[in-house]
Write a protein that binds this ligand. Structure first.
Ligand code: TPP
Ligand code: MG
Length: 336
């Protein structure tokens, strides 16, 4: 039997073992979010829940180019980024369900979860609020000469804010080790891109500030990995920031429960056919890294689903924070 050939996609090549590991990560993210959706429908997760189903290749591909000490900042659609950076699914799901065993003791929830021990600095519900935070982190890394790279993920809607533009300007001027990853999914809440800007590609803003840009197919995990890898190398070697624009699509509503009246079903179907998990599985199968009968893919999916089922069971069995936890981990003067 001949050894499987390296897997080649647009802009990237990788060994079969790494390919399977990457597919397993994408399946973990998908299974995690599908479980979160189910728990939300059952009332076990409260508040707004934003899922990134369909966008998994961006977080997975980007994280594959990072070191553990590199720092990731995400927004309100952040589960994929946390998991890709190495967050424990059980602690993450417990956080979403508001349990004391969650990463933030159940007080951060989906939109404000942080797992700094794996370099996932924070999610944030403030659109574009993470960009100046990542800028500060990149400035700190420059002062410390630590070689750490900061990566910030944000959407096309975030690109219309003042803090986005101010941060890009300073990042370029000070050549900071920052990688800006724009997940352009064509919508900000219920507004298509054309309703909030005349600029179709956000990378054009970055060009204005003198930042090198990469446009990638955000549903091609190898293309994302290659683009972010080049950006990280540039940042680590003192070459300053890079703007990576990944074109992708969310297959779920803006939030769980969104009736989705603002888009055509045909558009959804078109993007379902470009599902990043199915595409990558097909590429791996074509390269001989997975068997053509689909047994290997089914096994990868099964492992992810059972891991997440265990995480959900543990999360729901965990206590909710008690009154004594109220002033713990928050900026409050308990003496007053
Ligand atoms: C500062 C701020 N303004 C408005 C909102 C409300 N809001 C939440 S998500 C969102 C759209 C964000 O769109 P985009 O950046 O494209 O991210 P996506 O939801 O597509 O992932 C808006 C306007 C907010 N959370 N924060
Ligand atoms: Mg968007």
């Amino acid at each position: 039997m001949t050894a499987p050939a390296p897997v080649t996609g647009a802009g990237g090549t990788l060994e079969p073992t790494e390919g399977r590991r990457l597919l397993a990560l994408m399946w973990l993210i998908r299974a995690f979010e599908e479980k979160a959706s189910e728990l939300y429908a059952r009332g076990r997760i409260r508040g707004l829940l934003h899922l990134g189903i369909g966008q998994e290749a961006v977080a997975a591909g980007a994280a594959a180019a990072l070191r553990r000490e590199d720092r990731v900042f995400a927004g309100h659609r952040a589960h994929a980024h946390a998991l890709a950076k190495g967050a424990d699914p059980a602690r993450l799901l417990a956080e979403l369900a508001g349990r004391a065993t969650g990463y933030c003791g159940g007080k951060g929830g989906s939109m404000h979860v942080a797992a700094p021990e794996v370099g996932f600095v924070t999610a944030t519900g403030i659109v574009a609020g993470n960009i100046p935070l990542a800028l500060g982190s990149a400035w700190a890394a420059t002062l410390d000469r630590s070689g750490v790279v900061s990566v910030v993920f944000f959407g096309d809607g975030a690109g219309q804010t003042g803090s986005f533009h101010e941060s890009l300007n300073i990042a370029a001027l000070w050549r900071l080790p920052l990688v800006l990853v724009c997940e352009n999914n064509g919508y900000a809440e219920f507004s298509p891109l054309s309703a909030h800007t005349n600029v179709e590609r956000l990378a054009r803003h970055a060009e204005t500030y003198g930042i090198p840009t990469e446009n990638v197919d955000g549903n091609d995990v190898l293309a994302v990995r290659a683009a972010v890898d080049a950006a990280v190398r540039r940042a680590r070697s003192g070459g300053g920031p890079t703007f990576v624009e990944a074109l992708t699509y969310r297959l779920r509503g803006h939030y769980e429960g969104d009736p989705g009246k603002y888009r055509e079903l045909s558009e959804l179907a078109e993007w379902k056919a470009k599902d990043p998990l199915a595409r990558f599985a097909a590429a791996l199968t074509g390269a001989g890294a997975l068997d053509s009968a689909g047994t290997d893919v089914a096994a990868i999916e099964e492992v992810a689903r059972s891991l997440v089922a265990g995480a959900a069971e543990a999360a729901l069995a965990a206590p909710i924070p008690g009154p004594h936890d109220l002033l713990r981990d928050v900026y409050a003067d308990a003496s007053r």
